[in-house]
Design a protein around this ligand. Structure first.
Ligand SMILES: *[C@@H]1O[C@H](CO)[C@@H](O)[C@H](O)[C@H]1NC(C)=O
Ligand SMILES: *[C@@H]1O[C@H](CO)[C@@H](O)[C@H](O)[C@H]1NC(C)=O
Length: 326
């Protein structure tokens, strides 16, 4: 009992020490499973205490709308997206094009009229008509027009993560370190965090240093989803978590030339599933790092499923389906 009280006292002190005003002191706690299928109940009138209970596997929780006296009920998951051209299917109705031939969804061919990239076959993009993806150094206006090994930089297709520091760029994915310095618009090493994984109160607690270890600026003190109501600093492009994404993307690049232009980052049947999962995990870890710190299980399932759910059963089931279809 004494131990619990001390622990509580410790948390109260920490909460006051690290109260990020922006986050409104919200706290999250796992509730018991309930009969009413309520997944989020804001049980205190200032909206601070969120009682959670995860939904069944086939349901989802639209937690963004939760408010005091407005509990959120578990609802059916949205219908699965239709399958894009070039990907495996088992019947016509699986495909966006409504046409599954030889176990593969068909797409529109060269010069056929289209209303979006997703309708064109593998190797094409849509600009009123399906056109062949643009090669290195040829002109473009967005990434999906370029071949899957290129992005659109300064109006021309450039290889991913290829440009040395001090070269002008407007697409960070064209730079070797994935970062453009905003003051002079050139590729540079990104700034890195001075400290990580420590609670913050305001953005000024989130110090970023340049590659000479000089003060560069601040990242954002982001609200977390945890029992203590702590906030954490967002990561920056010079941090190893970001550079990891660039490294893992190299593996996708080896084989993604056979993917649809909008599936170049996966999921795509010609990519290895493990490599796709590792890449997605790294991307989500970088984006959601402050939110996924110290998540209870119910928080993982409700708020941060985007990260925690990545290598769950659903991808495993997808793998089995893909294997059966071979
Ligand atoms: C939400 O929490 C409040 C306070 O604990 C409780 O009175 C109410 O019945 C709960 N609502 C639902 C729908 O579970
Ligand atoms: C651009 O700015 C960075 C950071 O201030 C500096 O290191 C670099 O030398 C500059 N490059 C050019 C080409 O001006």
């Amino acid at each position: 009992m004494i131990k619990e009280l001390l622990l509580l006292l410790y948390f109260i002190i920490l909460v006051y020490a690290f109260a990020n005003t922006k986050c409104g002191g919200k706290r999250y706690k796992c509730g018991d499973e309930n009969q009413d299928k309520v997944c989020v109940n804001v049980s205190e009138y200032r909206g601070k205490v969120h009682e959670l209970s995860p939904c069944a596997d086939d349901k989802t929780c639209l937690w963004q709308d939760a408010a005091y006296q407005k509990p959120i009920y578990c609802t059916d998951k949205p219908a699965k997206d239709k399958i894009l051209p070039g990907e495996a299917c088992s019947g016509d109705s699986d495909c966006l094009s409504n046409s599954c031939i030889g176990g593969i969804c068909l797409g529109l061919k060269l010069n056929q009229q289209c209303t979006g990239h997703q309708y064109c076959d593998v190797g094409y993009y849509c600009d009123t008509y399906c056109k062949e993806q643009v090669q290195f150094e040829q002109s473009c206006s967005n990434d999906y027009q370029c071949t899957n090994n290129c992005v659109c930089n300064l109006g021309k297709c450039a290889y991913y993560y290829s440009l040395e520091n001090n070269i002008k760029a407007d697409n960070p994915k064209s730079c070797y370190y994935g970062y453009i310095n905003p003051t002079n618009g050139t590729c540079q090493n990104g700034p890195h965090s001075l400290t990580k994984s420590k609670p913050c109160e305001t953005d000024t607690d989130c110090i970023l240093l340049d590659s000479n270890e000089k003060l560069y600026g601040y990242s954002e003190c982001q609200c977390g989803f945890n029992a203590g109501g702590f906030s954490y600093c967002s990561l920056a492009e010079g941090d190893p978590e970001y550079l990891k994404i660039l490294e893992l993307f190299q593996w996708l690049l080896q084989v993604n030339q056979y993917c649809h232009t909008i599936l170049r980052y996966g999921p795509c049947s010609s990519l290895y599933l493990d490599e796709y999962i590792d890449y997605q995990k790294a991307v989500k870890f970088y984006e959601l790092q402050s939110q996924i710190m110290f998540n209870d299980e119910c928080i993982q399932q409700i708020y941060t499923d985007d990260y925690w759910g990545i290598n769950s059963n659903r991808l495993f089931i997808l793998l089995i389906i893909l294997l059966l279809l071979q």
